[in-house]
Structures are given as structure tokens and as C-alpha cells.
Ligand binder design. Sequence first.
Ligand code: SAH
Length: 501
Amino acid sequence: MKDEKKRYGMVCLVGAGPGDPSLITVRGRELLKACDAVVYDHLASQELLSETREDCERIYVGKQAGRHYMKQGEINRLLVRLAEQGKRVVRLKGGDPFVFGRGGEEILALKEAGISWEIVPGVTSAVAVPECAGIPVTHRDLSRSFHVMTAHGKEGEEDCLDFSQLASMTGTLVFLMGLGRLEKLACELVEAGKSSSCPAAVIENGSLPDQRTVRGTLADIAGKAKEANLQTPAVIVVGETAGVDLSGLPERSLLPLVGVTGTDRFCEKMEGELQRYGILTRRIGGLSIRCRLKEEQEQLYGRLKDYTVLAFTSANGVELFLEGLLNQGLDVRALSHMRIGAVGEGTDQALRQRGLRADWIPRQYTTADLARLLAARCGKEDRVLIPRSADGSRELNRILDEEGVVYQDVPLYETEGKPVDASLLEGLGCMIFGSASGAEAFFKGCGEERGKLALEKTAAAAIGPYTSAALKKRGCAVRLEPEIHTIKETARMVKDFLRIS
Ligand code: SAH
């Protein structure tokens, strides 16, 4: 039995590339999607891990400079054990598995245990990280070779590099795992005869949205890197090529990148629409939804007979309200005496998915237009129930009050902003906002100033006038707002804006 399993189980050593999840190989991605277990370390991107099946076992084995979570021997044994359990394992490693990744040792352990393996090469940071910063490791007339080394010896082996030999080389020198010893490295190279004016560069988080590059010479690079507070992972490049800058303009890309923020539902739908046009998307912060109804639920659903009209201003409202109905042991038949208003297509769609349909949808998909429509259609005898977000537009109340409509505004849920990783704001061709509360959360999440600055560099798109107002209130220009306030239309407009047909 054990042998049977062993025959089936295997380990694939996969290079994940330098950091940007789209820089893994096609083969690597396929294996990730198929595997039963993935064993990864700190350089693996969350996005790549989310490629794995839901039931895939994800095992973190650490490894960060100076902080070894699991010893190499333990990792080797883990891989063997998983394969012996009959699992198809991906061992995901940053860059290329055989470049300072100890991939060779892992393969030897598998070989010894009689386990099958496959090796999928990766794009190594040694070449790709300088490249992402516009530094070619070889360049005509400047460098005819490049040499990759680690500045990090085995423990207790301080001087693992032969500096006099390195100083005499004319090719590009690439140091991995060297940031902590940058100053010593630069000094030793100069002492061994390299010119102190020799160009040098340090690149942090290469290929990632928060990539940073510091350029200088052997004389000043350590000071500059310290001043910029560069962190790991970082690659150090020394040689004439380090003075070359072939980096492209970040705002120009064949595959434009669009930021999306709003509720999960909004983001998922918007990302789906954009991806159909071949546009890459990046989720920026967002809103989580918390149902507020729990305690008053019984009362609300027990009084449905008192109301003649039900109005929804969002698909989330529809979903939570009907979920509550079922939880109370009722179903849509309890609503059969009511007419239903919906703010727009998306909300109507959510109703249809649950066997209902809106009787009234305003021509313009805004809460104010819904309020005016309700006022026009309701008589004196009508009682309107509006389950919606606690932070929904007050404009609705103003109009209904003014028109003398009898209604109950039920704060069904509240939204809470998720933290915004401001580094993700770099390199966006456009940033889409799905609601006014989404816009508020965005500024709260990344800070007013940072948010405003980001929107100076990228075009803002808003689904409708309230969302636009939330942006304009802060002095941000809104480049795009569709006439029909739907996700589909917003996506189409963004696609046209980015000129993709
Ligand atoms: N096998 C990997 C290297 C592993 S050693 C490869 O082929 O790329 C880890 C070192 O790689 C880090 O200390 C750093 O020097 C470098 N590195 C990996 N990813 C990096 C990134 N995104 N940006 C800068 N340096 C990176």
C-alpha cells in the first residue's frame, strides 16, 4: 500500500520567478493549479498561492535572512513524507530553484528516498531584478559577462568572497543576499583595486509594485541605501552596467493595469468584466460588509404585512435581506403583497437570481432617482421598507421626506474599509471606485494625501455621481463616469479609455 502511494506521490520543484506573480512559467502555474500540497517560503506571492485548489495543503517553511523557520533537513524530510503519503507536491521557490535556493539538496533527498521529481526552471532574480530596474547584466562595449554570487557565507564564514579576484573582473557583479553587508562589500572591492567611482545599484523588491532602486558608485552606494532605508529582498549590482538605465515609462504598458476598490461583490464583478477585455486588475483595499440586523430581525420580518413597497439600493441589500427572510423560516412568498423598487440593473439582477423581479427601476441608476420614482409611484396608503447600508446616501431620506412618502429606512448592514497597501497604487492606468463609501474607505486606508497623489498620477473612474462626489470633495478629478451607472458600462468605458478594442 505504501509503495502504491509512493509511486503516485511526487515533488515538483518550481521556480516562482522574482516576485511578480505573472513572471512564473506556464508550466509552473499549471502544476500549482493541480497539486495536492504546496511547500513555500517567504518570497512566494500570495497571488500565486491562491492559484492552488481550495483543498490544497499550504505549508510555510519560512526562510528569511537570519530567520530560519524550518531547517533544511526538516524541509527535505517534509517533502519526502508528503510524497510518501501519495501527494503531488509543488515545492515553490523564489526565482530559479537552483540559484542559491538549495534546490539541489532537496532533489538529492528525494533521490535517496526513491521519490520521483520534476524541475521547472524559474526566472532568476539575479538577472530579472536588475532588468526590471533597467539594468542589463551584459551590454555591448560595457560588460561581456556577469557573475552571480552570494555575499552571505555559511555561518562563521565571514569572508567567503575573494575580493582581489572580483575586483579584477570586468563583467557585471551581481550579489544576492548581500544588503546587510553592503558597506563592507563596497569597501573591500575598492580596497582590492576596483575604482571607487565604479557604478553600483541596489534594487529592493524587484518586479513588485513597490520596487525601489538606489543608484550610486562604490564610494557612496552604502550610504545612499541606508538613507533610503532599503530592505530585503534586494539585489546589488556592481559594474559599468549598473550605470545604465533602460527602464520603461511606468504609465505605458501593453497590458494596462487597473485598480479596483469597493465591496467584494463589486470588485469580483468588475474584475471579471475587465478581464474579459484582457485588462489586468489589482484589488486595492476594499470594503467588508457586516450585517447589523441580527437582533431586530424577528421584529422586522414579523411586520412585513405593514408594508406595501420594498425598495433596494444595492445587490448586497437584496442578498442580506433575503438571507434573513430564509433564516426566519419564511421565503419570497412573504413578499407577494409588495411591489419592489430597485436602484438599477445590478440590484434587479440580484432579485432575479432569487426568483423576484423589480417592478420599478429608475431611468438613471442613482439613489436620488429611485427616491423620486418611489415618490411618484406611491400613494398615501403606501408604506415603503428600505433595507440598505447604514452609510447609504442621505439624499434618499431628504427626497422622501420632502415628498411626504411614509417609509422605514432599515440599516441592514454597514461597510468597513479594509487596509490599503499604498505601494499597490504605483503603475495603475486607471483606478475604479464602486461606491461613495468605497471611496471614503480608500482615502482612510491609504491616507488623504497619498490617495490624492495617487489619483493625480492615474485616471479615476467612478460608477456614478455619488461616488464622483466623494472623490471631487477631496479635489480629485474624475476622468470617467458612465451615463448608465452599471459595472458593465463602467468597465466598457475604462476599456475605451485605455484604447483596447
Ligand atoms: N533562487 C532565487 C534566489 C534565492 S536567494 C533566485 O533565483 O532569484 C534570495 C535572494 O534573492 C534575496 O536575498 C535577494 O538578494 C534576491 N531576491 C529574490 N527576489 C528578489 C526581489 N524580488 N527583489 C530583489 N531581490 C530579490
